[in-house]
Design a protein around this ligand. Structure first.
Ligand SMILES: NC(=O)c1ccc[n+]([C@@H]2O[C@H](COP(=O)([O-])OP(=O)(O)OC[C@H]3O[C@@H](n4cnc5c(N)ncnc54)[C@H](O)[C@@H]3O)[C@@H](O)[C@H]2O)c1
Length: 260
């Protein structure tokens, strides 16, 4: 296998793996040899994903978890170490969006939800993942932020605050653990066609999904939103065993939006 994408025997933990990027990433890592421990709050869908992976000959273990719970994040890492003896890769990807609300209508409740899942999920995740990686000489972590973590995100202010925090945690962890050979980077997608964007989870819930998508596509130099495969390709690059010196970066995958 091409060493750039040879994940043979690597052990990976992926959160938010019942859907969207996490689900696809589990398969892409698995078909290239990784053993994957997948976590999600949606137990029913998660079990289906694990069964599909196993049917493709991928070694996969599912563990229902709520990433806002420190105990659940610890248990997910423990599962990987108990089953496979180590942890090499971690992708803190579980996240929630919210409907369009201008800043003057934001509530503390909305911000709390965002912080609990999108920020604490990454912090608790890295806390236990790093502890495990230190025991096996290093590893690579990818945190899913957003273009909303790099700049203004009109009407999704609480989400923007949380995704900026993900980048702060990413950069800090990269500096703290670089000497332990643990690389920590963030991926920052623009609007991408996953169930989150299709309206089930929030981003598009206040206006028709079609209208929102058309607006977001028009705002991109490539005149379209992203496909999940295009984001997962960059996650794979960030995790690649050949990518040994990239650390503390927040990579925009946005069709050029941030180039304006
Ligand atoms: N799709 C986009 O346009 C887009 C753009 C930028 C960033 N993102 C980020 O990408 C990540 C993945 O999103 P996606 O687009 O694949 O969406 P998705 O809705 O398809 O997948 C998100 C998954 O996270 C899970 N989840 C939600 N809350 C959880 C919790 N508390 N504990 C455990 N799991 C939980 C959901 O059940 C779901 O399976 C998120 O962090 C999201 O904020 C998405």
């Amino acid at each position: 296998m091409d060493p750039l994408l040879d994940f043979t025997d690597k052990v990976a933990v992926i959160t938010g793996a019942a859907s969207g990027f996490g689900k696809l990433l589990a398969r892409e890592l698995g078909v290239r040899g990784a053993r994957v421990v997948i976590g999600d709050i949606n137990a029913a869908e998660l079990d289906k994903v694990a069964a599909d992976l196993e049917a493709q000959g991928i070694s996969a273990a599912a563990r229902c978890c709520d990433v806002s719970s420190e105990e659940d994040c610890r248990a997910l890492v423990d599962t990987a170490v108990q089953l496979y003896g180590r942890l090499d890769l971690a992708i803190n990807n579980a996240g929630i969006a919210h409907g369009f609300v201008p800043i003057h209508e934001l509530t503390g409740e909305l911000l709390d939800q965002q912080i609990n899942v999108n920020v604490k999920g990454v912090m608790y995740g890295m806390k236990y993942q790093i502890a495990a990686m230190k025991n096996n000489g290093g590893g690579a972590i990818v945190n899913t932020s957003s273009m909303a973590g790099l700049g203004a995100a009109p009407k999704i202010g609480a989400y923007a605050a949380a995704k900026h925090a993900v980048i702060g945690l990413t950069r800090t962890a990269a500096v703290e653990y670089g000497r332990k050979n643990i690389r920590v980077n963030a991926v920052c997608p623009y609007y991408t066609l996953t169930p989150m964007l299709e309206g089930n989870n929030g981003l598009a819930s206040d206006e028709s999904a079609a209208q929102t998508l058309a607006m977001m596509a028009a705002g991109s130099p490539m005149k379209r939103v992203g496909q999940p495969e295009e984001i997962v390709a960059v996650m794979m690059m960030l995790l690649s065993p050949a990518n040994t010196y990239m650390n503390g970066q927040a990579i925009a995958v946005d069709g050029g939006v941030s180039a304006f």
